[in-house]
Design a protein around this ligand. Structure first.
Ligand code: ADP
Ligand code: ZN
Length: 716
């Protein structure tokens, strides 16, 4: 039917829905109604993630949609709002954006209004009357609106089809922009009894997700986490000595033929400054950015970065918010970030234009100490806060003598003392005046002070740190590690990609009988012990170590005890690594990372003959060596047959791409390829003149020439 743009869409769609609502969502009538509504919005198709969410909402489920910015979350409540009988309330903290949303909804004929502090009292009253008269279909409000009794009364008499909570992570105290008003929503919802709830956010961390479900009272919620993959980003981790980091960054930048910008993230201002100096002395145009610089300096640096004025910008995590440079080709982390989500957010500043970008984490086992120090210093123990308060009460003079105070209360460092003061100030137990700090009594009616709160948060931070540490050490697909941590459904069933070091450098190869026996012994042991142990303990058991601790725990009675005795210890470690890299074992984050069976591992235990391929992990020493940059003129003697093969490949590609052969790669590069004979993606990247883009585009075909039969399955 031809939609008449002047006819009220509410009536068109309400009619369409009357025949389909209450029926199943797969019902074609509901599908038709969605299609019609979509047309009304001027869109041709729903994205698959949107479809899932919208169908769940229309079917009446409480729903949580976690999707990145730009994925189209708004439509997930706008479209149901149009189709459902009753009004839809949208809660969002972003008042400034509401007007645009309201205008665009009206433009497509949906009666939408916003009730916010931006309009004056009488206008607000007007709009609330509109709701009362049933003239609004979609109502945008900030959470503060529910402080108004009049507003609530009107809503109580209104049929609320859908209650949508946008930016739902604001309900989480772990989130980056917690809004206390969001916590009151649950009580509101209990009272207003909307037919269904939908919460939407771009923050994909497990604990925030849990908080949202709990704090908004979502019941048996359908949770959809989709769309976090960034296929154009290549993820790599290099384990490297602290002192080598600067050199390695310079090398990575030089090898990166694609050009574009490069951001290096450092863990502290001091590290950022030091790295910047080193890179400058390497001859790179280098900028520094951190919160310790004056505002105008920061602005200058940012402007120059935007204008391509640097080869490299070294920054702390203070850099990036609101900076949208599309052609960042390289994001290097010189220190371990505090969490996988912080890492992914920063790495995600690469390749915004959709072109390939490389994200490399330079990792040194001791990096973890820096983050542990931060966690400890910024989360004061309860005892410290008590002592601090009592000291300030009994010796008021110390309130202006912070140095003595720090020693007296035995704070670990100034940072920890400051953190303790902040906690007490926000609880109203300490006030800051011109005279210094002063202890007070808790104000009347204040909630009890949660002295253990900081330590609980510290425990969570530590857990996150362990998780990113596991990422750094992981032999599995990095992309899979990240996406499965976020719970992104797109990761399901995929444990290999073609855009991370682990997948590209270590293709699977046929397994031999001895390797299979080793892997099976490992899987059986992990299964038998329910994934309780880490790799060192597993190796001890498999080798049948004569060890009191094993005996005390009764582990010497397991049938796998000594199953691999006589095997070299490093071989057993590597076999565990291989089982993990192949996706048969998963690392569980925790204080002591333990290994458990993955679904795939379980399947192999049930049908051992199904295990035909293994991803072999190179021994550590060798892989460290292979990371060393090669000198431009290095490499072995020239093999003419190989040169011919490479030249033929170049001609072939040139024909496909309809470009002259020298544009594919130069004769010099051809020579270098033949001399260096790269056998891995990383080695390929180190061949002078190769570069990221070429390596990604033709890499597999070149590697197939070097190691026939290994890379062909990966070629495009
Ligand atoms: P989010 O809230 O997830 O950040 P928005 O709802 O603001 O995303 O949508 C981002 C952009 O995508 C908007 O310009 C919107 O019009 C567009 N968009 C949303 N859904 C679709 C679709 N199915 N087809 C085409 N464009 C869409
Ligand atoms: Zn991968």
């Amino acid at each position: 039917m031809g939609a008449d743009p002047l006819q009220s869409p509410a009536s068109i769609f309400t009619r369409a829905m009357q025949t389909s609502i209450g029926a199943t969502v797969t019902d074609t009538a509901a599908g038709d109604a969605i299609t019609m509504a979509l047309k009304q919005f001027g869109l041709t198709a729903l994205r698959s993630s949107q479809r899932e969410v919208i169908e769940s909402v229309i079917a009446g489920h409480d729903t949580l949609a976690v999707m990145p910015t730009g994925a189209g979350k708004s439509l997930c409540y706008q479209l149901p709002a149009m189709l459902l009988d009753g009004i839809t309330i949208v809660v969002s903290p972003l008042i400034s954006l509401m007007k645009d949303q309201v205008d665009s909804m009206r433009a497509v004929g949906v009666p939408a209004i916003d009730v916010t502090s931006q309009s004056d009292e009488s206008e607000r009253r007007n709009r609330i009357e509109q709701i009362a008269r049933g003239e609004a279909k979609l109502v945008y409000v900030a959470p503060e609106r529910f402080r108004s009794q009049r507003f609530i009364e009107v809503l109580q008499r209104t049929k609320i089809a859908l209650f949508a909570i946008d930016e739902a992570h604001c309900v989480s105290q772990w989130g980056h922009d917690f809004r206390p008003d969001y916590l009151r929503l649950e009580a509101m919802l209990t009272e207003l009894k909307p037919e269904r709830r939908v919460a939407l956010t771009a923050t994909a961390t497990p604990e925030v997700r849990g908080d949202i479900e709990r704090a908004l009272g979502l019941k048996d919620a359908k949770v959809f986490v989709r769309g976090f993959d960034r296929p154009n980003l290549f993820f790599a981790v290099e384990s490297i000595a602290k002192k080598q980091k600067g050199l390695r960054i310079a090398a990575l930048k030089r090898e990166n033929e694609a050009g574009g910008s490069c951001i290096v993230y450092a863990g502290t201002r001091k590290n950022a400054e030091a790295l910047a100096e080193e890179l400058k002395s390497e001859g790179l145009k280098t900028g520094v950015y951190h919160a310790g610089l004056a505002d105008e300096t920061r602005k200058e640096v940012q402007d120059r970065f935007m204008a391509d004025g640097y080869d490299v910008l070294v920054a702390t995590n203070a850099f990036g918010m609101g900076v949208d440079k599309r052609d960042v080709r390289l994001v290097i982390h010189a220190d371990l970030p505090r969490s996988l989500e912080a890492y992914y957010q920063e790495a995600g500043r690469g390749g915004r234009d959709g072109e390939p970008a490389r994200c490399t984490l330079l990792f040194n086992g001791s990096d973890i100490r820096l983050q542990e120090y931060f966690i400890e210093s910024s989360h004061p123990p309860a005892a410290l806060m008590r002592t601090l308060w009592k000291t300030l009460r009994d010796e008021p003079a110390l309130g202006s003598d912070l140095q003595t105070l720090e020693a007296r209360v035995q704070a670990k460092n100034t940072m920890q003392l400051e953190a303790a003061v902040r906690q007490l100030v926000s609880a109203g137990l300490v006030v800051e005046s011109t005279r210094g700090l002063e202890a007070t009594r808790p104000p009347e009616g204040a909630p009890p002070f949660d002295a253990d709160g900081p330590m609980k948060r510290a425990a969570l931070e530590t857990q996150k740190l362990t998780r990113i540490q596991a990422y750094a050490y992981s032999h599995r697909c990095r992309r899979f590690e990240i996406l499965s941590y976020f719970g992104d459904e797109d990761a399901r069933g995929k444990s290999r990609c073609d855009g991370c070091d682990n997948c590209v450098e270590r293709p699977a190869r046929a397994i031999d009988a001895r390797e299979r026996d080793r892997v099976l012994a490992i899987l059986r042991l992990v299964d038998r012990t329910d994934g309780r142990y880490g790799r060192a303990r597993l190796v001890q058991i498999l080798l049948g170590d004569d060890n009191d601790e094993l005996r005390q725990r009764g582990l010497h009675r397991l049938s796998e005890f000594g199953a691999l005795s006589g095997t070299d210890k490093s071989v057993v470690f590597d076999a565990i690594g291989a089982a993990e890299a192949t996706g048969l074992l998963e690392t569980e984050a925790g204080e002591y990372p333990t290994l458990s069976l993955s679904e795939q591992g379980l399947a192999v235990l049930r049908a051992p003959s199904s295990l035909t391929e293994l991803v072999v992990v190179a021994p550590r020493a060798q892989s460290a060596k292979s990371k060393k940059p090669v000198k431009s003129q290095g490499g072995g003697p020239l093999d003419n047959a190989l040169v011919d093969k490479l030249r033929t490949l170049r001609t072939e590609i040139a024909r496909e791409e309809q470009r002259p052969p020298f544009m594919i790669w130069s004769n010099k590069t051809l020579d270098a390829l033949a001399r260096h004979r790269p056998t891995s993606y990383d080695a390929l990247l180190r061949v002078p003149g190769m570069g990221e883009h070429k390596a990604q585009t033709f890499g597999n075909r070149i590697l197939e020439i070097m190691v026939p039969g290994t890379f062909s399955s990966h070629s495009k």
